[in-house]
Write a protein that binds this ligand. Structure first.
Ligand SMILES: [Zn+2]
Length: 297
């Protein structure tokens, strides 16, 4: 299974910033150290502006590049806008673009980052600058206009940006399982939103996932799946407001991987969010999902 990673994913942030940039290099080191036969890690080049412009507005990209977001937009994004941040985000998009081609060729592939589902065409939210999944889908639709794509979002938060971008596109199904009364406070409806109560138990989460996902996926019959896994449903996460333990994560991952591989649907695995109180634990959760996927490749 091919994975894509660039050291440039790690962007310098102030010491007290809540976003755990270290999770990218920590998880990559764990995945390498596992020494799984058949798993390889490849570098990438930043996505082109032409590719970004298939989803984002030129004005928004320029505001990020020049660090000229207004005060409210900067607060919503939560990361300091600059040319370096834009380059870092272009690399992350490129990881997803390349992993998409790899998944279509091989069945399963990973970007060791990505799943920045709160990014809208003209604004970033919740640490999400560019919508990597949306850009990858637009790229695929250029040569394969009939490709049916299922976005499987098991991050603890609703994928509002992705939902908005594909709201009127019948070729894209947006599935999101998340806490209803959590960030983002304004939800954009997706094709199927499974809203759970705050501090939902791991067992109730799995029941809701298993009771909704298989039916939705079989009914839509996708040609390609983007799985935004998310490490933030964990019980020790700062922002997720769910109570899954490591065992529930293993069960979630196995359920998803069984479903897509049995149906033979090419799948791109992405990180999504993760803000565990123990920073190393965030990386461990992301790495474990990738290593589980490798076992199905
Ligand atoms: Zn999240």
């Amino acid at each position: 299974m091919r994975c894509f990673y660039d050291p440039g994913y790690v962007f310098p942030l102030p010491e007290d910033h809540p976003f755990p940039m270290d999770k990218f290099w920590r998880a990559e080191a764990m995945i390498r150290a596992a020494g799984v036969p058949g798993l390889s890690i490849h570098g990438i080049e930043p996505a082109s502006f032409e590719q970004l412009l298939r989803v984002h507005t030129a004005e928004y990209l320029e505001q990020i590049r020049t660090g000229s977001l207004d005060h409210v937009a900067a607060l919503k994004l939560g990361l300091p806008a600059s040319e370096e941040l834009l380059t870092r985000s272009r690399l992350e998009v490129a990881g997803t673009l390349t992993a998409t081609d790899a998944a279509l060729a091989d069945g399963l592939a990973c970007n060791l980052a990505g799943g920045t589902h709160h990014a809208f065409p003209d604004q970033g939210q919740g640490y999400c600058v560019l919508n990597d999944v949306a850009i990858a889908i637009r790229e695929q639709h250029r040569s394969k206009p009939d490709l049916r794509v299922f976005i499987l979002d098991t991050d603890a938060h609703q994928g509002n940006g992705t939902h908005a971008i594909f709201a009127d596109d019948p070729r894209v199904f947006t599935y999101s399982i998340h806490v209803g009364k959590n960030y983002p406070s304004f939800k954009t409806p997706g094709s199927l939103d499974v809203e759970l109560p705050r501090y939902v138990s791991g067992d109730a989460y799995l029941e809701a996932l298993e009771g909704s996902l298989t039916t939705a996926m079989h009914a839509f019959a996708p040609d390609l799946v983007f799985w935004i896994a998310g490490a933030d449903p964990h019980e020790d996460d700062r922002f997720g407001q769910m109570r899954l333990n490591d065992g529930h994560f293993a069960a979630r991952d196995e359920h998803v991987l069984n479903l897509v591989t049995r149906a033979g649907i090419p799948t791109v695995v992405l990180y999504g969010g993760g803000y565990n109180r123990d920073r190393e634990h965030t990386a461990r959760l992301h790495a474990a999902t990738v290593l589980r996927a490798a076992a199905y490749a």
